[in-house]
Design a binder for this molecule. Structure first.
Ligand SMILES: [Zn+2]
Length: 311
């Protein structure tokens, strides 16, 4: 096992901005599995999953090699923010990065050269941020691995349909190299995270089984639903968001209430947020009362009408 600090640049504070890579060599030949977290800095549960996974790896007999980047964007982690506070950039829109660009682009460039270009498989862990909680996995170029992670809900982006597929992502770099890539969205929000952490640990092990890095098949997975379309529903007013939605993974009828925005000043309801999807399934939600800004991530609802649903 080795830990490498890769210097990126010097900050105005005098501090050195670096990324840290942890490498674990297995006993037999096999692929190099790359695991990363905190491309967005408000997704601490993903870092926790990798910290606990690194502890497990010490007693694990596996084939191949594992490269862990626990924090892809230290600036955003420090700021506990989705974007880097120094330049307001969203790192997952600027890949492959630019060594002569914004500091976030410099970081992305370092991540591309030292991590994304050195791996044979990528699992990129994301979460819902400090307020929303989320639960789904993308299917892009490695359906077997995405399914092996074991989440009940998956998303297969479709050209021309509403969803959450963007340019400038980490997996855009790896997919461009035909590297099997899995983006996981798991946990987050102002709720107990241990069940999400446990699922994250199991999910990574399941992917290692699917890759032959661990003996035996992956654990049996739950019945899975794959949606092709996701509606992101954002509050148009700021205030206290009071959740009304069913739990994640449950269906919701069109027009049903997702939540209400209450003014903390007048104490009146200023907005009732309704589900725009005729036959929906909850993917991202606020599980406790918290404060939202206009345009924040409020809810994500999958469309069950053209979803792939296992019997
Ligand atoms: Zn994220």
């Amino acid at each position: 096992m080795s830990v490498t600090r890769i210097p990126v640049t010097t900050l105005a504070s005098g501090g050195e901005l670096s990324i840290w890579l942890h490498e674990y060599a297995g006993t037999g030949s096999g692929p190099t599995l790359g695991l990363c977290a905190a491309i967005h800095g408000d997704e601490a549960v993903s870092v926790e999953i990798l910290w606990r996974f690194a502890e497990r790896l010490r007693g694990m007999k596996f084939a191949g090699r594992i490269l862990i980047l626990p924090v892809a964007n230290p600036l955003a982690l420090e700021g506990r923010s989705r974007h880097s506070p120094l330049d307001m950039q969203n790192m997952n829109r600027v890949f492959p990065g630019d060594a002569a660009g914004w500091v976030t682009e410099q970081l992305a460039d370092a991540v591309t050269r030292n991590f994304l270009e050195k791996i044979d498989v990528l699992v990129d862990l994301h979460a819902g941020g400090y307020y929303p909680t989320v639960d789904y996995v993308y299917i892009t170029n490695a359906e077997d691995l995405s399914r092996a992670f074991g989440s009940p809900l998956l998303y297969r982006p479709q050209p021309g349909k509403a969803g959450t597929i963007f340019g400038g992502t980490s997996t855009g770099v790896t997919r461009g190299r035909n590297v099997p890539s899995v983006t996981v969205e798991l946990g987050g929000g102002d709720v107990e995270q241990s069940s999400y952490v446990e699922r994250g640990l199991k999910g990574i092990e399941n992917i290692m089984h699917a890759l032959g890095m661990l003996d035996g098949p992956p654990a049996p997975r739950p019945r899975q639903t794959v949606v092709h379309e996701i509606a992101t529903v954002r509050p148009s007013h700021g205030g206290l968001l009071v959740p009304m939605a069913p739990p994640l993974g449950q269906s919701i009828a069109g027009g049903a209430e997702l939540g209400r925005v209450v003014s903390p000043y007048t104490l009146e309801t200023v907005e009732v947020i309704k589900n725009p999807v005729a036959k929906g399934i909850m993917i991202l939600s606020h599980l406790t009362v918290d404060v939202v800004q206009p345009g924040d991530y409020g809810y994500m609802v999958g469309n069950l009408e053209d979803a792939e649903i296992e019997a």
